[in-house]
Design a protein around this ligand. Structure first.
Ligand code: C2E
Ligand code: MG
Ligand code: MG
Ligand code: MG
Length: 284
C-alpha cells in the first residue's frame, strides 16, 4: 500500500510541476503580447507628510489589465518580466508615462507645489548599460525637471551590480535625480553601501510597519532605521500604513513621510489629478 501511495504521489508531483511550467510559459506569451497591445496602465499612490497630510509626490505602480486574464497583480508578472527581459521595454514605458503624467499635472497648473514622482527600477533595468541614456532621453522628451524624479531600487539592485552601481548612482546625483532604497531592511545586512552611494531616501518596508501597533521588536527596528537616516541626512518614508496608530507611532519615532491605504490606495491618473486639484493637496 505504501508503495502504491508513493508512486501516486510521484505522479502527482510531476503533473503539477508540468502544469507550473506550462502556465508560466503561457503567462510569458500573454505578457509579451500585452506589451505589444499596450495593456498596461499606471496607478499612483500619494506619499504624504505624516504631520500635515500634504501630498509630497506619488509612487507610480504598474497595472496589467488583460482582456483574457483580467487584473494580473504585479507580484505575479514583474518577476516574470524580470526573468524574461520583458521588464526592459515595460520599465521604459513606465518611466516615460510617469514622467509625462507629472509634467502634465505641473504644467496644467493642476498643482503649483513641486511634486516628486517615484518610479520603481528592477535589478535588470538597473544593470542596463544604457540606463542613464534612456533616462536622459525620457526627461528631455517629457520636459520633466530632473529633481522631480525619484528612482526606487532595492538593496539587491546595488549589491548585484556593485561594480557599475557607483558610477550609475553618481550620474543620477549629478542630474539631481533622487534615489530611494525600497523595502529597506529586508535585504542585505551590510549597511556599508549607504556610505559609498548617494542615497536620499530609505523606504521602510511594510513588514515592519504592519505590526507597529503591537508591542513588538518592529518598534526598535523602525527606530534604528530613522536614526540611521537622520545621521546620514536621508529622508524616511514608511510604506503600507493602514491605521492611525501606525501613523502616530511612526511620527513619534521621527518618521516624516508615509504612504498606505490609510491615506489613499493607488489610484488612476484621473483620480490622482482630481485629488491634487480639489483637496488642495491635503489628504487629511
Ligand atoms: P513596492 O515598490 O514596495 O510598492 C508598494 C506596494 O505596496 C504596492 O503594491 C502598493 O499597492 C502596496 N501598498 C501600498 N500601501 C499599502 C497598504 O497600506 N497596505 C498594503 N497591504 N499594501 C500597500 P503593488 O502595486 O501590488 O506592487 C508590488 C510590487 O511590484 C512593488 O512593491 C514593486 O516592487 C513592484 N512594482 C510595481 N510597479 C512596478 C513598476 O512599474 N516597475 C517595477 N520594476 N516594479 C514594480
Ligand atoms: Mg516601490
Ligand atoms: Mg516598497
Ligand atoms: Mg514593498
Amino acid at each position: 500500500r505504501a508503495k502504491a501511495m508513493g508512486k501516486a504521489r510521484h505522479i502527482v508531483f510531476n503533473a503539477s510541476m508540468h502544469e507550473d511550467v506550462q502556465s508560466s510559459l503561457q503567462l510569458e506569451t500573454d505578457l509579451r503580447r500585452a506589451i505589444e497591445r499596450q495593456e498596461f496602465i499606471l496607478n499612483y499612490q500619494p506619499i504624504v507628510a505624516l504631520d500635515t497630510g500634504m501630498i509630497t509626490g506619488f509612487e507610480a505602480l504598474v497595472r496589467w489589465i488583460s482582456p483574457e486574464l483580467g487584473f494580473v497583480s504585479p507580484g505575479k508578472f514583474i518577476p516574470l518580466a524580470e526573468d524574461t527581459g520583458l521588464i526592459i521595454p515595460l520599465g521604459e514605458w513606465v518611466l516615460r508615462e510617469a514622467c509625462r503624467q507629472l509634467n502634465e499635472w505641473q504644467s496644467n497648473n493642476v498643482t503649483d507645489i513641486p511634486l516628486t514622482m517615484s518610479v520603481n527600477l528592477s535589478v535588470k533595468q538597473f544593470s542596463q548599460p544604457n540606463l542613464i541614456e534612456t533616462i536622459d532621453q525620457i526627461l528631455a522628451e517629457t520636459q520633466l525637471p530632473t529633481q522631480c524624479l525619484k528612482l526606487e531600487i532595492t538593496e539587491s539592485a546595488i549589491m548585484e551590480n556593485s561594480d557599475s552601481a557607483a558610477k550609475i548612482l553618481d550620474q543620477l546625483r549629478d542630474r539631481q535625480i533622487h534615489l530611494s532604497i525600497d523595502d529597506f531592511g529586508t535585504g542585505y545586512s551590510s549597511l556599508s553601501y549607504l556610505h559609498r552611494f548617494p542615497v536620499n531616501t530609505l523606504k521602510v518596508d511594510r513588514s515592519f510597519v504592519c505590526r507597529l501597533d503591537a508591542a513588538d521588536d518592529n518598534v526598535a527596528i523602525v527606530q534604528a532605521i530613522v536614526t540611521l537616516a537622520q545621521t546620514m541626512g536621508m529622508d524616511v518614508v514608511a510604506e503600507g500604513i493602514e491605521t492611525t496608530e501606525q501613523q502616530h507611532q511612526l511620527e513619534n519615532l521621527g518618521c516624516e513621510y508615509g504612504q498606505g491605504y490609510l491615506f489613499c490606495k493607488p489610484v488612476n491618473a484621473e483620480t490622482a489629478g482630481e485629488m491634487l486639484a480639489n483637496r488642495n493637496h491635503k489628504l487629511f
